[in-house]
Write a protein that binds this ligand. Structure first.
Ligand code: SF4
Length: 317
């Protein structure tokens, strides 16, 4: 990959970084559906990334009973500069968690569920076996629900972790690259860009039928050509689905927003990504990995079926 760190590319159309633009503002969550989703999560003692990451879409998603469950506790062993999840020594793994996740999926009537986790560098398998148990429990209880997992990088334990999780056959395997490689030392200091790419390559190597997905946050100081390079790297790793959204600073302790990327610039990035061959692309200021994940999954699956049908028709000629 080229070293683009010194390339003088101007940022896309941007607003002064201190002022939050109108397109970022969202309504406070007050609906009945929101309250019911919240209560169910409390009753089942489940954590969600929606709350822990202070996601701006929580009002919309929880009103529709879409929540992204965060397994393996609420405490992460890493301290990424962008992330609101608390850092420390996590507690024991909850043996009842897989059953509770499956119960939540059934009660919420989820056609598609997204499961993520904190980083668990303290566990011998990085938490991979808990992902497997959750997938198995969901398949047993709600076989019609499609499953998307968003995992950590399983530092130092990646090969075995990926092998175990892929064998459990989630429908979508997501792992976010989060930002461009130049910014890793400050934004994602515990992670390695190429290790994350390799994880997604491993998923495809083990089972090409599983959709792979990854995402980046924009507004952290990345340059346009660096984002294009990340897209190329992802395509080389055969990643099917790219998400791009605006980074928002959860608290003043977290890294600053360097730029509010306009909706037009997000649309332009999205068009470039589609031209580079991703099966599915979501690119807007409020895009998050799990935002509209069910609808996007259905579209991606239809796009693959159309591609396969086209290839079969061409082969029959
Ligand atoms: S976008 Fe994802 S994390 Fe945010 S509220 Fe919706 S489901 Fe939760």
């Amino acid at each position: 990959m080229n070293d683009l760190s010194s390339t003088p590319v101007p940022p896309s159309d941007s607003l002064p970084r201190a002022r939050k633009p109108d397109w970022i503002r969202v309504k406070a969550p007050t609906s009945k559906g929101y309250g019911e989703t919240r209560q169910l999560m409390r009753d089942l003692k489940l954590n969600t990334v929606c709350e822990e990451a202070a996601c701006p879409n929580i009002g919309e998603c929880w009103t529709k009973k879409h929540a992204t469950v965060m397994i393996l506790g609420d405490t992460c062993t890493r301290a990424c500069a962008f992330c609101n999840v608390k850092t420390g020594m996590p507690g024991r793994v909850d043996a009842d968690e897989p059953a509770h996740v499956a119960e939540a999926a059934a009660k919420l009537g989820l056609e598609h569920i997204v499961i993520t986790s904190v980083d668990r560098d303290d566990l011998p398998d990085g938490g991979a076996s808990q992902f497997v148990k959750v997938i198995q429990q969901l398949r047993a209880n709600t076989p019609q629900t499609t499953i998307e997992i968003l995992t950590p990088d399983f530092r130092g334990k990646m090969r075995r972790a990926v092998e175990a999780i892929v064998a459990a056959r989630p429908d979508v395997y997501n792992h976010n690259l989060e930002t461009v490689p130049r910014l890793y030392p400050t934004i994602r200091p515990g992670a390695r860009y190429y290790a994350s790419l390799r994880l997604l390559e491993e998923v495809k190597r083990h089972d090409p039928s599983i959709f792979t997905k990854s995402g980046v946050m924009l507004g952290l100081g990345e340059q346009r050509l660096e984002v294009h390079q990340v897209m190329d790297d992802m395509r080389c790793a055969d990643i099917d689905f790219l998400t791009m959204g605006q980074y928002l600073r959860p608290t003043p302790k977290h890294t600053e927003v360097m730029e509010f990327v306009t909706p037009q610039a997000f649309a332009a990035y999205g068009a470039i990504a589609r031209a580079k061959g991703f099966l599915q692309v979501a690119s807007s200021p409020l895009t998050r990995s799990s935002y509209h994940a069910g609808k996007d999954f259905a579209e991606m699956r239809a796009a693959r079926e159309a591609q396969l049908a086209k290839a079969a028709a061409a082969g029959a000629r």
